[in-house]
Design a protein around this ligand. Structure first.
Ligand code: IMP
Ligand code: MG
Length: 179
């Protein structure tokens, strides 16, 4: 893929598929018999979400929430805004938030606090990636794909200035690669 030329592969398409199948099986086991709502955090989690829902063999519903964090392209400020809200109430439901990456954790902290005011039966997090080196608040990730080093990653939904989301693997810029 031409757009992926400046990237080194951190987690391949195959590695992502294998891990997502494992996460899906674990989630299906843990939520059996419960009313589960999977909430996709736009836009970064969309590709992960689409693959993960198909790996969960349970009746479930899906919803979407748009969050934006003010700050530089590669740095979260902690000031978060809901740009597009859930379409349905979550009161009494078991909510599993699906996120692309937990970096400083500030976005997830804001979202969990916000969801708690809507009285779900439970609210847990499933994140594809976690960069613990940059944590600024403690977030318990209930289901985690991969822990990664302190690198800016792109692809599989994650962007750099809104580009690269359609790269089919998780990549890192090659040294000297043009951003
Ligand atoms: P946090 O609030 O710092 O945890 O950041 C969360 C959001 O920042 C993620 O949902 C991503 O949209 C974005 N982000 C953090 N690290 C990266 C990265 O390495 N690549 C692309 N986006 C990132
Ligand atoms: Mg995001």
């Amino acid at each position: 893929m031409k757009i992926a030329e400046p990237l080194d592969v951190l987690h391949s398409k195959e590695a992502l598929a294998t891990r997502i199948a494992e996460l899906g099986a674990q989630i299906a086991k843990d939520y059996a018999g419960k009313e589960l709502v999977l909430v996709c955090v736009l836009k970064g989690a969309t590709l992960f979400f689409a693959d993960l829902v198909r790996a969960i063999d349970l009746p479930l519903s899906i919803d979407f929430i748009g969050l934006s964090s003010y700050g530089e392209a590669t740095e979260s400020s902690g000031v978060v805004k809901i740009t597009s809200d859930l379409t349905k109430p979550i009161q009494g439901k078991h909510v599993l938030v699906i996120e692309d990456i937990v970096d400083t954790g500030l976005t997830m902290r804001y979202l969990l606090d916000n969801l708690a005011t809507r009285h779900p039966a439970s609210a847990k997090i499933c994140a594809l990636l976690h960069k613990p080196a940059r944590a600024r608040t403690k977030i318990d990730i209930d289901y985690l794909g991969f822990t990664i080093p302190d690198l800016f990653v792109v692809g599989y939904g994650l962007d750099y200035g809104e580009k690269m989301r359609n790269v089919p693997f998780i990549g890192v810029m090659k040294p000297g690669g043009v951003k």
